[in-house]
Design a protein around this ligand. Structure first.
Ligand code: FE2
Ligand code: FE2
Length: 267
């Protein structure tokens, strides 16, 4: 457990008061402080779905808008142009700023856990479409990557979104607290998510998206900072880079890549 030294000292009357305490008294006080913090963490309060819905008209943008299209901290930034024939790595370096650390951590974890290259690839790509749009990002993401990856990898990307709402302790997945804060503690997934879950649960490829959720959940460690270079070989074997550049190959999802490349175009 992390100790907030300032809060701990302030609770005891400040640094000078602590200096006058015996080491035993200090140890007792520390134990008491940690027990208190632990209780506070256990009693974490999550909003209800209704409280979350009530905030909709307090914001200038909708929650499902892509990272590139809105800023939570002020104005959006000017973006550097992409090369004429952009590759997946160019998008990682110049457009996936808000999502890359998270997906790199997921892929790094999947690699450490000995997952197949198809699952590592799915982990590496599973959330980057959130630069374009967040709502239903599993489906959007799978569609964007479908022309360039194996069917198994796009299956894993598409369905990780629905599986995240359903625990599977046998395979190491628990319902995440993050979802309690994002959707509300009493949130019930909509019927289309429930139906999708049931279909995928009985599918022969169930473990592909399930392993994305397993490696996703633990992928928020500020001390782990993997680089895209680590995955260059896996990308080479599992991602079909179009020679015209992503966005210009006339694939069914080329327009999605262009929207990420040029989000400032007004139409
Ligand atoms: Fe996701
Ligand atoms: Fe994720």
């Amino acid at each position: 457990m992390e100790i907030d030294r300032r809060a701990f000292f302030a609770g005891l009357g400040g640094v000078s008061a602590v200096a006058l305490m015996s080491s035993e008294a200090k140890a007792d006080a520390l134990e008491h402080h940690m027990a208190f913090q632990l209780n506070a963490a256990v009693a974490k309060k999550f909003p209800t779905a209704e409280e979350i819905a009530a905030k909709v008209d307090t914001r200038p943008t909708r929650r499902g808008v892509g990272n590139l299209f809105a800023s939570s901290t002020g104005n959006v930034k000017r973006l550097p142009a992409l090369p004429e024939k952009p590759t997946l790595l160019d998008y990682f370096h110049l457009r996936f700023n808000a999502t890359s650390n998270h997906v790199l951590q997921s892929a790094n974890r999947a690699m450490t856990n000995g997952m197949s290259e198809e699952i590592v690839t799915a982990c590496l790509l599973h959330d980057v479409v959130q630069e374009l749009i967040k709502v239903d990002h599993g489906w959007w993401g799978a569609q964007m990557f479908e022309p360039y990856v194996s069917e198994k990898t796009s299956f894993a990307i598409r369905y990780h979104q629905a599986l995240r709402f359903y625990a599977d302790t046998e395979h190491g997945y628990e319902y995440p607290d993050l979802y309690r804060s994002l959707f509300g503690e009493d949130y019930k997934p909509e019927p289309y998510i429930e139906a999708t879950y049931k279909m995928v649960r009985n599918h022969k490829w169930y473990l592909e998206p399930r392993m994305v959720t397993v490696n996703d959940l633990y992928a928020f460690d500020p001390n782990v900072n993997p680089k895209i270079d680590q995955f260059v070989d896996i990308i080479g074997r599992n991602f079909k880079q179009p020679k015209e550049g992503l966005g210009y190959d006339n694939s069914p999802s080329a327009h999605m890549w262009r929207s990420i490349a040029m989000p400032d175009h007004p139409l």
